[in-house]
Design a protein around this ligand. Structure first.
Ligand code: UGA
Ligand code: MN
Length: 252
């Protein structure tokens, strides 16, 4: 099966660095199809030319998050869910371009700032319905994970709201393409309470007892919810003030 990685991405100083880092991981993954969805009114030149030369099979889409749901510069990042419309556009693309009978695949939702082990992709390729595994450095903990008893997921190891239907980070599950195509109404809900985004999709697809635990019964961390520090631009801004901005032809 092909791994379809749907990944929202947005313009910021570190974007090209993040994409470079990820591309150099994904290049090692066989049968991989990268579906990048920019949070923008149109596809940017930076991402367009990056993708053209990255050497990975890709689809480049875009959709701007509606104004009311956009995070402001000063908002804490948990205030609103991120990447929702972008992932939904990715799902829509799969439904419009792939065939239930002939296309075999596994769908994964990537963040553009996480860290992925190559082993994770070997694991998720086995996904028949929905598979799950631990995520490192998330939820204010070393890791969160599904707790497995007798081969079944029975609850969630997480500090925050373990009673959520699927108390799991976006990076901690994959879905068989078939299930996505069979359930055309399944998508992420923009208007959800904090921490319920993953549940908003998964509730359409599966129940807890049907989940397939991977990564040695959910005991191995193969993906990390890393977050990249925002670079300070103090000197850059001072030069702008002085009328000596940096050369815009140099792409960073
Ligand atoms: C955590 C999860 O890892 C996300 O998958 C989930 O969407 C998010 O919580 C949530 O609850 O909404 P976190 O690391 O805090 O995410 O968020 P980001 O990495 O900042 O954003 C997730 C994705 O959305 C990234 O790929 C990012 O590039 C994209 N994004 C972010 C946008 O497309 N637009 C934005 O304005 C911000
Ligand atoms: Mn992130």
């Amino acid at each position: 099966p092909t791994i379809y990685a749907i990944m929202p991405t947005h313009t910021r100083h570190v974007q090209k660095a993040e994409l470079t880092r990820l591309a150099q991981t994904f290049l090692h993954v066989k049968n991989f199809h990268w579906i990048l969805v920019e949070d923008s009114h149109s596809r940017t030149d930076l991402v367009t030319s990056f993708l053209a030369s990255c050497g990975i099979k890709y689809t480049h889409l875009n959709i701007k998050t509606p104004e009311d749901y956009q995070l402001k510069e000063t908002d804490p990042n948990w205030l609103k869910p991120r990447g929702v419309e972008q992932r939904n556009v990715g799902l829509q693309w799969l439904r419009e371009h792939l065939d239930e009978d002939s296309d075999k695949g596994v769908v994964y939702f990537a963040d553009d700032d996480n860290t992925y082990s190559l082993q994770l992709f070997d694991e998720m390729r086995q996904t028949r319905g929905v598979s799950v595994w631990p995520v490192g450095l998330v939820g204010g903990m070393r890791f969160e994970r599904p707790v497995v008893e007798h081969g079944r997921v029975v609850r969630w190891y997480t500090y925050w709201r373990p009673e959520r239907p699927f108390a799991i980070d976006m990076a901690g599950f994959a879905v068989n393409l078939q299930l996505i195509l069979e359930n055309p109404q399944a998508k992420f809900e923009l208007r959800v309470r904090r921490g319920y985004l993953e549940s908003s999709l998964l509730e359409h697809l599966i129940t807890m007892d049907e989940l397939e635990p991977l990564a040695d019964n959910c005991t191995k961390v193969l993906v990390w919810h890393t977050r990249t520090e925002k670079p300070k631009m103090k000197q850059e801004n001072q030069l702008i003030q002085l009328g000596r901005p940096s050369d815009p032809r140099i792409e960073v």
